[in-house]
Design a protein around this ligand. Structure first.
Ligand code: SAM
Length: 309
């Protein structure tokens, strides 16, 4: 790993809005390098505990060494946030708070071996969990043309998704794509010159979202994780693009019932899972000052909700 840095985004707001019970147990579902985890642990009393999970073993190992001083108040497990049933000794309705800070860490983006960035001619991997599953090379070489169009349109908002996918299919028919350089070079002349870097980054982001099934995982995780909160427990989610934020907003809104709805509608909704109360009415954005210090925070949006019963 070339660089092991990651500045936690909206750190003050996350801790202030997430931690309401200083002796509770919290889950950091995307521990990364442990930036937010450190701040949460610092805020908790000596009774408070934090469970840190991540799909990326390397991140988890790095976080472990960063957070060693917190002893047995913190524990780590290699796990995906959409599978909390796998977390050892964790039962439903026991967590005082859950944090998801979606996407990837700067350290992963800047790692020349991982294939996340268009800036390095790395092998096409892009998996968060390198212990299994399809790589980006598997994906771009085997996905149907329509599948590629859908990913580029849905995850990257590319109006020219058909042309981009057509280029990939044409290029792979001569020989399989193996590196980031090969992938980007077959599409980059379709990006206007002055926007080339920005669009190449967005193109890589859409391939990454498809490879890691990020939106499907998020859809599964939201109701699942809420069921692990205690009444009064808080759920904080930081997203980095509109497709994620829209899902979180919709989920929080749909779960925000028990709020003066007509009784027949309320009755229909029974069985849909625990109800949530929004803590943030609108998504919180980083300040201009934070974006100046950490440009990667630019697109971040934080939403927080509280479990009612
Ligand atoms: C933005 S970083 C988190 C940074 C962290 N909050 C910090 O302050 O250091 C996102 C992390 O989520 C992890 N991740 C992505 N998808 C995941 C999933 N489905 N389950 C668990 N972790 C995941 C990535 O490996 C990455 O380490």
């Amino acid at each position: 790993m070339s660089s092991m840095e990651h500045i936690p985004v909206m750190a003050g707001e996350v801790v202030r809005l997430l931690v309401t019970d200083r002796s509770g147990t919290y889950l950091d579902g995307t521990c990364g390098l442990g930036g937010h985890a450190r701040l949460i642990l610092t805020e908790l009393s000596s009774e408070g505990k934090l469970i840190c999970i991540d799909r990326d073993v390397e991140m988890l190992e790095a976080a472990k060494s960063q957070l060693r001083s917190f002893g047995n108040r913190v524990r780590f497990q290699h796990c995906s946030y959409d599978d909390p049933g796998q977390i050892s000794a964790l039962s439903p309705s026991t967590l005082a708070g859950v944090l998801l800070d979606l996407g990837l860490c700067s350290a992963q983006l800047d790692d020349e071996q991982r294939g996340f960035s268009h800036r390095f001619d790395s092998p096409l991997d892009m998996r968060f969990d390198r212990s299994g599953g399809k790589t980006a090379a598997d994906y771009v070489n085997t996905a149907s043309e329509q599948g590629l169009v859908d990913s580029l349109r849905s995850f990257g908002d590319f109006a020219n998704a058909k042309s981009l996918a057509g280029r990939i299919v044409k290029r792979r028919s001569s020989s399989p794509l193996r590196t980031v350089g090969e992938l980007v070079s077959c599409v980059e002349d379709l990006f206007p010159h002055r926007l080339r870097n920005k669009l190449a980054a967005r193109f890589m982001q859409s391939i990454r979202i498809a490879v890691n099934a990020e939106l499907d995982r998020l859809d599964r995780a939201l109701p699942e994780l809420v069921s692990y909160l205690t009444a009064g427990g808080r759920f904080a989610v930081i997203s980095y693009h509109s497709h994620e934020d829209r899902r979180i907003k919709r989920f929080f809104r749909q779960s925000g019932r028990a709020s003066g709805l007509p009784p027949d509608i309320e009755a229909c909704m029974k069985g849909m899972g625990p109800a949530l109360r929004p803590v943030t009415r609108r998504a919180i954005k980083p300040t201009d000052h934070e974006v100046d210090l950490n440009p990667r925070a630019r697109s971040a949006r934080l939403r927080v909700a509280e479990r009612l019963v």
